[in-house]
Design a binder for this molecule. Structure first.
Ligand SMILES: CC(C)(COP(=O)(O)OP(=O)(O)OC[C@H]1O[C@@H](n2cnc3c(N)ncnc32)[C@H](O)[C@@H]1OP(=O)(O)O)[C@@H](O)C(=O)NCCC(=O)NCCS
Length: 162
């Protein structure tokens, strides 16, 4: 059994990506194309996971991807990815997406998603994550405890075939 002597906090891998919505990001209904946002979410989660693990990671699954409201041309869209849980080879990453109001800087949540990523070796096989995770604050601890329940639900869903 491999043991850990090194740890990282959420802030060590925190990843923020900012996009200005352009015509190439817009769908036929003049709003942000959901597939484009999913690409950015995957990218943000991947960077956070790689920063925590210190190596390559692949996306195993995405769940609880909920679009609360739309975003439109020339909107500033901000994605924030945070590691919420670290297992032996896998990590859960939460990505929150906001539209930033230009005049006030206030951010309105439009989406949140949980992703599971796996640290892999050069052959793409799961690899032990050397860095443990230290959850911090009330929110960090709640996310950490929630992650344990979400992992069980994911495994149950996989067993049930959906
Ligand atoms: C990700 C991948 C390497 C995992 O390989 P695997 O042989 O299934 O790995 P394992 O069964 O050893 O599981 C690896 C980790 O995922 C977790 N996991 C696997 N299935 C899971 C599920 N249904 N729910 C939750 N966690 C799960 C395991 O618990 C383990 O985590 P842990 O080590 O922290 O406990 C492999 O499935 C793969 O290559 N998938 C394609 C990835 C890809 O191409 N993504 C898109 C581009 S990035």
């Amino acid at each position: 059994m491999e043991e850990r002597t090194k740890y990282k906090k959420c802030e060590d891998s925190l990843t923020e990506i900012t996009k200005l919505l352009q015509y190439r990001d817009i769908n036929g209904q003049n709003r942000l194309f959901g597939g484009r946002l999913m690409e950015w979410i995957d990218e943000a989660a991947g960077v956070a996971a790689m920063r925590h693990a210190g190596g390559n990671c692949v996306t195993l699954m995405v769940d609880s991807l909920k679009f609360k409201c739309g975003a439109y041309i020339n909107d500033i869209v901000v994605l924030i990815a945070k590691v919420t849980y670290v297992g032996k080879t896998s990590m859960e990453v939460r990505v929150d997406t906001y539209v930033e109001e230009k005049h006030t800087g206030i951010r309105r949540a439009i989406n949140h998603a949980y992703l599971t990523l796996v640290h892999v070796d050069d052959e793409g096989r799961p690899k032990f994550i050397e860095y443990g995770f230290i959850p911090e604050g009330v929110n960090g601890l709640a996310e950490y405890e929630g992650a344990k329940k979400r992992i069980e639900i994911r495994k149950h869903r996989t067993t049930e075939g959906f």
